[in-house]
Design a protein around this ligand. Structure first.
Ligand SMILES: Nc1nc2c(ncn2[C@@H]2O[C@H](COP(=O)(O)OP(=O)(O)OP(=O)(O)O)[C@@H](O)[C@H]2O)c(=O)[nH]1
Ligand SMILES: [Mg+2]
Length: 292
């Protein structure tokens, strides 16, 4: 579990100050978050430095998220007066809508610039967001070419650069400068599930086990069909000892998926990785872990 991550306050303050400087150079802020965890993968500190700068919250990886809950989140942001859009950066889906929204928001500003003789002025945007929320993928999608480095680990992008796009948009790439909101143990677990904090290799089994419990709470039927297991009526137990129906189920799921060592014992480590990968790749189903 990564709930003991230590974000050094000095680093965080420096990052925010740097971002404040960079915000001065752009017309609009694209704030990416993970559509499955829009609460934990956003950072409220951004509000403090964003000032009056227009912003669009980008619920990325919508292909992995529960569409019903994505609608709930979009309504929630609308109620807050915050522009938001759900996209799938890796499939370039929703990217045109984002571009349209940007033109719409900056219409007056561009018209003013044109009136002063700066016709065809570029719209400048910065992409900010927590690690692994798809910042680089979004920039590539908008640029229409491989413009920034992408990867499936947090912290891939170290530097920033300007990226031009075929349209009127110019983008500044920013590394995972925002840190996620690890408000509770649950936040921390959700971030780990979504791959937004590095897996603590030594404790991957307990991360997977806790993930399974969350999935059973939110999407029990998806678990039972993916792993061909019958769920017990209740997970309550009178026994204060070693009997844990959750653990029994975890082992049964592992067995069903063939994670068995010689001698018949379940290979917990292997099943833990398999379960987490299944979730991250969307193989269990479209799942959202947080609601507004
Ligand atoms: N399923 C799905 N995966 C996505 C989507 N967008 C990005 N990803 C994946 O998410 C992972 C992280 O994407 P990046 O673009 O590297 O994220 P980042 O925010 O730049 O990450 P850092 O630079 O490490 O902070 C990659 O494996 C991407 O392929 C999406 O819309 N759907
Ligand atoms: Mg990146």
């Amino acid at each position: 579990m990564a709930n003991d991550i230590n974000w050094f306050p000095g680093h965080m303050r420096k990052a925010l100050n740097e971002m404040r400087e960079r915000l001065k150079l752009v017309d609009i802020v694209y704030e990416t978050c993970d559509c499955r965890i829009p609460f934990s993968s956003r950072n409220p500190e951004l509000d403090k430095i964003i000032g009056g700068k227009p912003r669009i919250v980008i619920l990325n990886k919508a292909d992995l998220a529960d569409p019903v809950k994505t609608s709930l989140w979009l309504s929630y942001f609308e109620e807050q007066g915050i522009k938001a859009v759900a996209i799938e950066a890796s499939h370039k889906k929703g990217v045109d809508k984002l571009y349209q929204m940007t033109e719409d928001i900056l219409k007056d500003k561009l018209a003013n610039a044109a009136a002063k003789g700066r016709v065809g002025r570029q719209m400048r945007a910065i992409v900010v967001g927590c690690p692994n929320t798809g910042k680089s993928t979004l920039i590539n999608a908008l640029a229409g070419k491989k413009a920034a480095v992408t990867g499936d680990r947090p912290g891939v992008t170290k530097d920033f650069k300007w990226v031009t796009t075929p349209g009127r948009l110019e983008l500044m790439d920013m590394a995972g400068v925002l840190w996620p909101r690890i408000a509770t143990r649950r936040s921390s677990l959700c971030l780990a599930m979504c791959g937004s904090v590095k897996d603590d290799v030594s404790d991957i089994v307990s991360t997977a086990f806790d993930s399974m419990k969350i999935l059973l709470e939110l999407y029990p039927s998806l678990i039972s069909s993916r792993y061909s297991v019958e769920l017990p009526e209740s997970f309550e137990t009178e026994d204060m000892g070693y009997s844990d129906p959750y653990y029994d189920l975890f082992l049964e799921m592992g067995k069903k998926r063939g994670c068995v060592m010689s001698g018949g014992r379940v290979d917990e480590d292997r099943f833990a990785r398999l379960l987490l990968n299944d979730f991250r790749e969307g193989r269990i189903g479209r799942i959202t872990l947080e609601v507004p």
